[in-house]
Design a protein around this ligand. Sequence first.
Ligand code: ZN
Length: 329
Amino acid sequence: MEAIERTYRVLSGQKADRVPVFSATQTGTFELMKETGAYWPEANYNPRLMVGLSTAAHTVAGLEAIRIPFCLTVLAEALGCEIDRGREDRQPAISKTLIDQGKAPQLEGLLGRGRVPAIMEAIRTIKGLGYRVPLIVGFEGPTTLAGQLVGVERLCLMMIKKPEEAFNYIKLAEEACIEYAKAVVREGADIIAPADPTASPSVLSPRMFEKFSKSPLKAIAEIHPRSILHICGNALPIIGQMAECGFAGLSVEEKVDLGAAKKAIGERKVALIGNVPSAGVLLNGSEDEVYAEAKKAINAGIDILAPSCGIAPRTPTKNLRAMVRAAYS
Ligand SMILES: [Zn+2]
């Protein structure tokens, strides 16, 4: 079975010969940068370098998908947030929210702003290279994007004190996500993968998730049959709600007990993706430890083997390969 067919089968609830292995979250590492000469921060901006670094996660580390970009700031930047470009080993981050700059968000012309055109070019280039693995395009989920526009703390306060205002920002973020997701699908993305860390139970209560985050996520899941939602931390208290959003796959961290997650998901056809500890064994462990953790996830019923969250930039390639080996055997 080819990698692309295997992944598509698993994401549509069908059986496959073994678990696919890839990352639904960022894949840029320092070793892969050295290997390809495509370094951050430039590889976050230049499509040629983005293609070089992202494809190395497949050709060098053996992951069975290619995933762009390496950060969670593309939409925030396009909507007007100020970005700290980061360094070789640090991803770009928001340095000034819209509110801090006294600006109002501007949806019009979104697809022509910031790094959006560079991402579209990278998608076209990767698809033109003809790799036999799916191309995953990630982006900020609506609650996370709204948090980037106004600041996470301010958004949480707004949800309590001025819920209408919070709704307005989240609605705008949802519209931006939808326009962007439709565009990346048009350009050739095989899988869309919003990550919504600000919707995690470590930030929002499950009740607030239901009130503010769920319906915008539902609208994104409807765009494409192959969609993966990543939420950080212990997402178990909301995993049932995440499954109700309609995504084909849910990417979760090691804090999520897979048995309990499967139970909460029940009869719904949703692939569970994860949850080999990114900041634990993948970054700091030995190959044997990575292999053992990966096997543990497979035995616990993971449907797609993957890092639990974004791959840490200092993660050794040999550890990524050990995770891949665990899926093969
Ligand atoms: Zn995460």
